[in-house]
Design a protein around this ligand. Structure first.
Ligand SMILES: C[S@@+](CC[C@H](N)C(=O)[O-])C[C@H]1O[C@@H](n2cnc3c(N)ncnc32)[C@H](O)[C@@H]1O
Length: 216
């Protein structure tokens, strides 16, 4: 009989097919050389060059590969075989060195026995987990002493608010809130690191419950 965990994994296999279509999730932007991270993550995680970064629940690895583009030595963990097949394909196509491990995050220690400078995860992570304290132990188990754990997430409650397909703010066009995506928030391509940055994005995740919009 299918367990809730099986149903969740099947959902993510299905979602991968949807997210892989066109530029729904920013794949085309990524292939064009951009990185798929929000300003808040880049600013708060800081310089990752040469650091070992573990991305938990990495989906098909756009963030993982984006950190690699910024110089991190990356490992992604996810339990969706479809997502990881796409992650590996994107890594190969982009010539990015990355390791992806297929595992339920709770079973990861059986497949991965190392420590990392950074454990990272973002948007759409916590709400799928049945046991947060156990998950926290997994995070701690992977951290090098003095390493950092970084999470940016949003509560699904935010979906009760309407979204426009396209929101324009002066010269800044904002990411489209994909109606097919189960990920919060919607993604959009980020300029490559060498591109001059825009003023700080104030519409980023905060404890006050605002959503994040990636500026393209
Ligand atoms: C919303 S996505 C994460 C999106 C990611 N932040 C990104 O932007 O690409 C959630 C991911 O968590 C993974 N996931 C959910 N539960 C998991 C579990 N117990 N073990 C491993 N991966 C899990 C799913 O397969 C999915 O790829």
């Amino acid at each position: 009989m299918s367990t809730p965990m099986d149903a969740n994994r099947e959902h993510w296999d299905e979602a991968t097919d949807i997210h892989a279509r066109g530029n729904v999730y920013g794949i085309e932007d990524f292939k064009a050389g951009r990185y798929q991270l929000h300003r808040i993550e880049v600013e708060e995680v800081g310089d990752v060059a040469g650091k070992r970064l573990l991305h938990l629940q990495c989906h098909f690895g756009l963030d993982t590969l984006s950190w690699a583009r910024r110089g991190a030595i990356v490992t992604g963990v996810d339990f969706s075989p479809k997502a990881l097949a796409l992650a590996r394909r994107l890594a190969a196509e982009s010539g990015i060195d990355a390791r992806f491990i297929e595992s339920n995050v709770y079973d990861a220690p059986a497949a991965l026995n190392e420590r990392f400078d950074i454990v990272f995860c973002s948007y759409g992570v916590l709400c799928w987990l049945p046991d947060l304290p156990r998950w926290g132990e997994i995070v701690a188990r992977y951290l090098e002493p003095g390493g950092i754990f970084y999470i940016a997430d949003a509560h699904p409650f935010i979906r009760v608010f309407p979204t426009d397909d396209d929101i324009t703010d002066g010269s800044t066009s904002c990411a489209r809130a994909s109606r097919t995506s189960t990920t919060l928030p919607a993604r959009a391509g980020r300029p490559p690191p060498t591109t001059p940055t825009r003023p700080p994005d104030t519409r980023r995740p905060s404890t006050s419950g605002s959503t994040a919009w990636a500026i393209s």
